[in-house]
Design a protein around this ligand. Sequence first.
Ligand SMILES: Cc1cc2nc3c(=O)[nH]c(=O)nc-3n(C[C@H](O)[C@H](O)[C@H](O)COP(=O)(O)OP(=O)(O)OC[C@H]3O[C@@H](n4cnc5c(N)ncnc54)[C@H](O)[C@@H]3O)c2cc1C
Length: 417
Amino acid sequence: MRYSIFSLAANALTGHKHWTPAWRDAAPKPAYDAIVVGGGGHGLATAYYLAKEHGLTNIAVLEKGWIGSGNAGRNTTIIRSNYMLDGNIPFYEWSMKLWEGLEQDFNYNAMVSQRGVLNLCHTDAQRDAMARRGNAMRLHGVDAELLDRAAVEKMCPFLNFDHARFPIQGGLLQARGGTARHDAVVWGYARGASDRGVDIVQNCEVTGFLRDASGAVVGVQTSRGEIRAKKVGLAVAGSTSRLGDMAGLRLPIESHILQAFVTEALKPLIPGVITFGAGHFYISQSDKGGLVFGGDLDGYNSYAQRGNLPAVEEICESGMALMPMIGRVRLLRHWGGIMDMSQDGSPIIDKTPIPGLYLNAGWCYGGFKATPASGWCFAHLMARDEPHHTATAYRLDRFATGHLIDEKGQGAQPNLH
Ligand SMILES: Cc1cc2nc3c(=O)[nH]c(=O)nc-3n(C[C@H](O)[C@H](O)[C@H](O)COP(=O)(O)OP(=O)(O)OC[C@H]3O[C@@H](n4cnc5c(N)ncnc54)[C@H](O)[C@@H]3O)c2cc1C
């Protein structure tokens, strides 16, 4: 069913009884041409582009819970392409361009809202680093604007500009950055993939891999039986090291918890996304009015989808340092998701040394913004066995060869640097 003003009007006039389900909850078949493990944004986007761009429709997405139950449904929804290194900028800018046309492309309202991402700076050195990053972005054709203190003050008068330790000197603005509704991104990709014949199989946990005599992966063992496939792609975010272990792969990934928070609804206050440059804290405001914010990782390794109180305390303290009036707002909820932290902080989209097994991982805490390009590039790799030109740097062997893409020089544990 196509969504349009006409379908909305027709359904409104007939009591909303004729809407059809957005996507099919399929039962697994015994075999597919390709399987994508993980029904988060990346897995579903991969399936969508495999079907749409490469004509591969005999494929399944296998999800152990319900689609969007992982990080795709738990993140703070920020999208941006304000990177600095050559390996990263073209990929994230491609993602931004896909975001800009996404809703028309998959005919679903993902609430993509380009209200700007502002990174604040608090020292001369930080301002110089931001100028350098902004220049690198502009050299790649990405929008970036260096703001002085007066411009930031005009945009966000509620910030604490004269904090004795962290006075705000200015900021780097990417006006095309912003937010998108995370659940809707999952549902939109699921709908688009399902419409093209992809089986979306929920409650189907992959528990092992089927191998032939040569060692190649030829399918998966699941909680719903064996399923054969010529190609298997992993897009399981925080569970990557677990799935890798099942295949005998030791990966350069650590799993950590990242928490997010939402407050009671306020009148419109925060114009876009704001990040604190002197601590790990970022904030935006949802369309419902809640302040949505987050900060640093919980410092220990974990596969639990819940965090701990020291990180809550530190993140709330950072918020208070940046905008003291936030202390008067009540927190409604907070939750955690499992991050697949790579050792250089950049992702992996590559074949593994095992024939038939492909890897999409290492998104750390920034993979939501990458969802469209990650799906696009992983689909390209799985369909053609060669990397997409924007993702050639995201090789698995860079950790052995030393060709790291260390954008922030902080690797898997930014909280220790
Ligand atoms: C609190 C928080 C805030 C964040 N904020 C941002 C942000 O503002 N901007 C940004 O760009 N990124 C952000 N991120 C990161 C982003 O959410 C992730 O990098 C991204 O969602 C990961 O890709 P995914 O959507 O495919 O992952 P997921 O949604 O986690 O998908 C992986 C799926 O694999 C499934 N799975 C795991 N094991 C198996 C198995 N054995 N068999 C079958 N299925 C399995 C899981 O159930 C899960 O549904 C944030 C993350 C969190 C937790």
